[in-house]
Ligand binder design. Structure first.
Ligand SMILES: [Zn+2]
Length: 143
């Protein structure tokens, strides 16, 4: 696994907390959602049925989602509960041609980032004395 952002201590074990939700391909990391074969609805994460047409899970195909989008809305967390210590930003990111994704957002904490373009990265989500939690998040590329 290549960790692209939020690199932390090399000595601590890294726990990949989003197993099955993100994969690394030839063109980088991709969120793995689903596409309804009946109506085309894209969803992340995949569901037991299509939320648009109620097609059952067997008609939802695995689908690699776009790597870029823009910040739909965000919220600053001043004091995270364990294992999320300190402060961080959470956001809904509207993927380019895809669904909205709830995630951590790498940006300046005080920045106003409504509508800012961002891209998928995989990196540290939290760090304790014993381990680093690694998973997907988005990084603002221009604010
Ligand atoms: Zn559908």
């Amino acid at each position: 696994m290549t960790i692209e952002a939020g690199e932390t201590s090399e000595a601590k074990p890294k726990l990949f907390v989003h197993e099955g939700l993100v994969e690394q391909g030839v063109d980088g990391w991709r969120l793995i959602g689903s596409r309804c074969t009946d109506c085309g609805e894209l969803r992340f994460p995949s569901a037991r049925a299509c939320p648009a047409c109620f097609a059952p899970a067997e008609r939802l195909a695995r689908h690699a989602l776009p790597q870029t989008g823009h910040v739909y809305t965000f919220s600053r967390v001043l004091r995270g509960s364990p294992p999320f210590g300190g402060s961080y930003v959470l956001a809904w990111v509207q993927l380019d041609g895809g669904p909205r994704v709830f995630c951590q957002l790498d940006c300046e904490f005080e920045a106003e980032v409504f509508g800012s373009p961002c891209e998928l990265v995989v990196g540290a989500l939290w760090e304790t004395e014993d381990a680093v939690g690694v998973g997907y998040k988005f990084k603002v590329t221009q604010s």
